[in-house]
Design a protein around this ligand. Structure first.
Ligand code: CAA
Ligand code: NAD
Length: 283
């Protein structure tokens, strides 16, 4: 099967970038969130990202307008019923994702593939909540989506071959580099990256250096493009915490224990860029 139409569910940090990536490659995209405010913000972010690319000269102004026009924002879940591929990018919680799978099961047809952008949750457990587990797969994009080349493709135990083939083809068509990862908590990149970020929060809480210096040291000493605390702010502290919790659950190993400071900041609503305050503040 060749995927021709896309649905994206969740228009937050990741969902709007995923919608942009598919629309830029010519796909028609229905983008669903719960409120018009969330959708307006998402469309503003896509416009901002396209403006950057136009200013840089990598995208023509007309192509940017055409990309925007291919994204249809909606709060109505039934607008996703006819989509070939639905990419889910809502909160990193199995119960909430499972509820959305059930909602989609009730409205979607035989052709619809459900791909989750989960950062760490087991695709096999997620697929078990679907009436069509063979059509569930992980399609893990990286933030910021318009810039990052990788998409981890994670097959659930139940995923059918044609589903994996169709999703690999679609990822390549939007110019990404798909790589397969096994269905294990955190997959490959987040198993390595998120414990590193969590350790940086311990280092901050222990007073080894200031937040600014911790980030500066990793940029100057390890040539990272961005420090771990600014990266946590970019990802969202709630997402970082949920990934650490999934690693603890998945491996039962205390080495993945989330930093108490990280948990406190999430409790305070200091989620990083998306809330205006995390380890740093944003205008
Ligand atoms: N849309 C379009 N272009 C964008 C963009 C966006 N949203 N954000 C950045 N860019 C482009 C800029 O235009 C710029 O392009 P040029 O170099 O060609 O001029 C380039 O990206 C760099 O941007 P900036 O100069 O503004 O800032 P920067 O040099 O600090 O780069 C960054 C920003 C790309 C985010 C860089 O800091 C970076 O790569 N950081 C690491 C990101 C990372 O590790 N992501 C993975 C997070 S983990 C994850 O996503 C998985 C998960 O499940 C949690
Ligand atoms: P976010 O909090 O920025 O956005 C989530 C959006 O989903 C919100 O706009 C919310 O209103 C919406 N939403 C919630 N329930 C919904 C529903 N039933 N229908 C439609 N919309 C709904 O979250 P995010 O950072 O974009 O993360 C989304 C997913 O992507 C998570 O599973 C996360 O682990 C994963 N992920 C995040 C990153 C990252 O860097 N933030 C990177 C890769 C993967």
């Amino acid at each position: 099967m060749t995927i021709e139409t896309i649905g994206v569910i969740g228009a937050g940090t990741m969902g709007n970038g995923i919608a942009q990536a598919f629309a830029a490659a010519g796909y028609s995209v229905v983008l669903r969130d719960l409120s018009t405010e969330a959708l307006d913000k998402a469309m503003g972010t896509v416009r901002g990202s396209l403006d950057r690319l136009v200013k840089k000269g990598t995208v023509a102004a007309g192509d940017a307008e055409a990309t925007l026009a291919r994204i249809s924002p909606t709060t109505d879940i039934s607008a996703l019923a006819d989509r070939d591929l639905i990419v889910e990018a809502i909160v990193e919680r199995l119960d909430v994702k499972a509820a959305v799978i059930k909602e989609l099961d009730a409205i979607c047809g035989e052709r619809t593939i459900f791909a989750s952008n989960t950062s760490s949750i087991s695709l096999t457990s997620l697929a078990a909540h679907s009436a069509h587990p063979g059509r569930v797969i992980g399609m893990h994009f990286f933030n910021p989506v318009p810039v990052m080349a990788l998409v981890e493709i994670i097959r659930a135990l139940q995923t059918e071959d044609w589903v994996a083939e169709a999703v690999l083809e679609a990822a390549a068509k939007i110019g990404k580099q798909p790589k397969a990862a096994k269905d294990s908590a955190g997959f490959v990149v987040n198993r390595l990256l998120v414990p590193y970020i969590n350790e940086a929060v311990y280092v901050l809480a222990e007073g080894l250096a200031t937040a600014e210096d911790i980030d500066a040291m990793m940029k100057l000493g390890a040539n990272h493009p961005i420090g771990p605390l600014a990266l946590a702010d970019l990802i969202g502290l709630d997402v970082v915490l949920n990934v650490m919790d999934t690693l603890v659950d998945g491996f039962g190993d205390p080495k993945y224990r989330p930093s108490p400071l990280l948990r406190q900041m999430v409790a305070a609503g200091w989620l990083g860029r998306k809330s205006g305050r995390g380890f740093f503040t944003y205008g």
